[in-house]
Write a protein that binds this ligand. Sequence first.
Ligand SMILES: NC(=O)c1ccc[n+]([C@@H]2O[C@H](COP(=O)([O-])OP(=O)(O)OC[C@H]3O[C@@H](n4cnc5c(N)ncnc54)[C@H](OP(=O)(O)O)[C@@H]3O)[C@@H](O)[C@H]2O)c1
Length: 338
Amino acid sequence: MTDGRIAKARLGADGSQVGVQGLGCMGMSWAYGPSDAGEARATLERALELGVTLFDTADAYGAGENEKFLSPFFGRHRDEVVIATKFGISSSPDEPYKRIIRNDPQYIRQCVEASLKRLDVEVIDLYYMHRRDVTVPIEETAGTMAELVREGKVRHLGLSEVTAGELRAAHAVHPIAAVQSEWSLFSRDIEANVVPAAKALGVTLVPYSPLGRGFLTGSFSNADTDLTDQDFRRTMPRFTGENAAANVALLEPIRTVAEAHGASPAQIALAWVQQQAAVYGLPVVPIPGTTKRTRVEENVDATRVVLSADELGLLEPIAAKVAGDRYPDMTFSSAGRE
Ligand SMILES: NC(=O)c1ccc[n+]([C@@H]2O[C@H](COP(=O)([O-])OP(=O)(O)OC[C@H]3O[C@@H](n4cnc5c(N)ncnc54)[C@H](OP(=O)(O)O)[C@@H]3O)[C@@H](O)[C@H]2O)c1
């Protein structure tokens, strides 16, 4: 940290910079049960004060509600923030967690106009394809996204949950600034192919759910019993039933390392993912999600924690032992298509 603000990291290859930790805003409107809107607004302001500049949303989060919620904050700070949003997943109001994935040009054009309107901005700084629609060639999707850049609607392009092959094919059409995929002490599948491809192409890695959707912090142990009916995590195999019980036992080394640093387990989980930047030699900008000021302070403070080689060794075996998949249907992830 410099002057109380976090360091910066490169976003893509054109010299743009963002704070080395971003803020995931999904939980402010969707997925993890109700949140306090006033506290969430204060959390956004606090994050910016601390040097967080990359704010992550998507049109899918609450069917546009999350973008609308963020819009006044972005309006007040337009020149200081890097706005990241996404297209590609929609859902019906009756079945909010049943997803429809589309990447065709007509749909992308509808989505970008709708996001620009809800966000009330003239340009989106980082526009991601949220999920891959395998019925549309990735080159066609990237081609449409490139047109949006040329038209001034979008500044940088990103892809979420893509395979290394999809990343290379899209990057050949137009430079991709960032890949956003799940990466944490519990979810390391992208290290095999996606991370090396991103490094080779100069692409920044934006790990989502770096706190394992909160499980790594110890804030819940079993989604069946600890979380509300509206909570998306109740659909995730690794957080329910016997899997959850087995996975809680894997948190012990994280607690051990946390005690040695006088830090929280959340901070160790974030320090680990941040340190993968040095391990793999590419810019890494995790986007932990929180709706609370005290937690954004705690999370940002994790950028000062440096883990030793012994500590990294202690944490190394965790991911391979995790019981249960990341999603109920793994074709929703890049690993399901590798
Ligand atoms: N591209 C994709 O497909 C995709 C998928 C999922 C998420 N995302 C993006 O990534 C962002 C982050 O992922 P995520 O929200 O799924 O998971 P996460 O960052 O791993 O964890 C968020 C959860 O951890 C809790 N939390 C945060 N800081 C904490 C701390 N210091 N101590 C204890 N608990 C803490 C939060 O609760 P409180 O709010 O109560 O603090 C929330 O329940 C999202 O907001 C979204 O923008 C993208």
